[in-house]
Design a protein around this ligand. Structure first.
Ligand code: TYD
Length: 256
């Protein structure tokens, strides 16, 4: 066996026993939640156990952190912001993501580590390397099997997002900030194309959903097939957070 350098981004990892982790990423208004929901419907119709969750705010501690992060009047230091997102993620990984994966669910998360790399690393004055090290520690290096990046010009996405209601702290950032975020997402995908699916978020939602489904079907075909009806009692419990740990992740419907 050839030893690969520790921490190599391209180190092949063995298939995850049981489930798969799929992250939806993108800038503001890129349609991640819709696509996660459409994929969940398709996978459930095919008999898969699915958990749909999101960051920040899918756990009891995350709800408070989300409020601090997105609804504050006083300035928030870039390092404090990065640490708060990492804390939200650490709780999410330990109490929601890992239990669901261990139970064999396909876990769809609306934002994950790449959001921190792009927003805190690309958008703010921190470096992607600093934020990556923090994220690896917080997640004990739990990485997605696939990341779907919904790519959209920053101005178009912001217009969509701001049209939905009162802007949160991140939506109030400048267009230049959101352009840096977009560039950072695209750079991450470019570094590891096998683990990303980059799609034009301006395409009709049904076209995007079909492309996502096709790619995920390929991914899951390489894994042990564990449809819910072939598993032991309680297999269907791991949906939308119920039974996935101490904290309940919600399916869509995030607080503002
Ligand atoms: P949210 O209301 O969940 O909406 P959406 O995901 O649809 O944009 O907003 C979360 C905000 O937090 C969003 O602007 C991206 C930002 N964010 C970060 O800056 N870093 C992170 O690590 C995560 C998970 C989110």
């Amino acid at each position: 066996m050839t030893a690969l350098p520790a921490g190599s981004a391209r180190r092949p990892r063995p298939p995850r026993p049981g489930g798969a982790l799929i992250a939806f990423e993108g800038g503001e208004g890129s349609g991640k939640s819709t696509q996660a929901r459409l994929l969940a419907e398709a996978l459930r119709a095919a008999g898969r156990q699915v958990l749909v969750t999101h960051e920040p705010g899918a756990t009891w501690v995350g709800e408070g952190i989300r409020q601090l992060l997105l609804h504050h009047d006083e300035p928030l230091a870039a390092r404090a912001e990065a640490l708060l997102f990492a804390a939200d993620r650490a709780q999410h990984v330990q109490t929601v993501l890992r239990p669901a994966l261990a139970a064999g669910a396909v876990v769809l998360t609306d934002r994950y580590v790449d959001s921190s790399l792009a927003y805190q690393g690309g958008g703010r004055e921190l470096t992607v390397g600093q934020v990556r090290a923090l994220s690896r520690w917080a997640t004990e290096d739990l990485r997605p099997d696939l990341t779907v990046l919904l790519d959209l010009p920053a101005g178009d996405g912001l217009a969509r997002a701001r049209g939905r209601g009162a802007a949160d702290a991140m939506e109030c950032e400048s267009l230049a900030f959101h352009e840096r975020v977009r560039a950072a997402f695209r750079a991450l995908a470019g570094e590891d194309p096998d683990r990303y699916l980059v799609l034009d978020a301006a395409r009709p939602a049904t076209d995007i959903a079909a492309a996502v489904r096709a790619r995920v079907e390929r991914l899951l075909a390489l894994r042990p097939d564990r449809p819910a009806d072939q598993q032991g009692a309680g297999a269907g419990d791991v949906t939308d957070g119920a039974g996935a740990g101490d904290d309940a992740a919600t399916d869509g419907g995030r607080p503002a």
